[in-house]
Design a protein around this ligand. Sequence first.
Ligand code: NI
Length: 252
Amino acid sequence: MMIDTHCHLCKEDYENVELVIQNMNNNKMIAAGVNDNTNKEVLELIKKYPTVYGAIGIHPTEVGISNHNSLEWVEKHLKENKIVAIGEIGLDYHYGIEEKEKQIDFFRKQLDLARKYKKPVVIHSRDAIEDTYNIMKEYKDVKMILHCYSGSMEMAKRFLDLDVYFGVGGVITFKNSRVLKEVVSFLPLDHILLETDSPYLAPEPFRGSKNEPKNVLLVAEAIANLKGISVEDVLDITTFNALSRFDLNESL
Ligand code: NI
């Protein structure tokens, strides 16, 4: 079994999402929403497809079109069956620096919800790693996943001290991802989760084309090569990690 712990499967992402889900051959995936519309679509997807689980949340680049009703909606639907996390949330100063204060406010409020409802959080951080870390440090009791980690080795060690899990995706297969390869070589496998961030970041040899959850196998192969272990071991251990981090055992 393998689990794609982070993908986007909404209408704007795929023309034929059913085919994309079928291509996973009964393996599970966690579809993440980013705003009001996609969060609602995530709810529809998890009801329709047994292998799809959901994360709902307001993404930092979407705070401009969101308001307190968006957060209330997220809170209200956290209890739904198969909603396994709050996400995708976080900070993005690359695309949203002018709304920094609102981003920080939404990030904190969603971490508060995670604490209140004991849900894990899936965190996006771009050009904002220090602020992300400083806020996460206050929420050590929350189960946190840094999705598509792209920071330094030094920061990886600091996040590991917070018991953060690291989502590793297609970037690990890119020739120029030297720092990430060093980080993943260093990270203990028990803190790594497989993800694709589909439809983005397709792994080699599909770089530049539309990504799909089934490509999570290519990510597992790249990690196996880096660590000098078998793909089966990578799949077994990362699946175990995903089941425990997202409390999936009961719902499987
Ligand atoms: Ni994403």
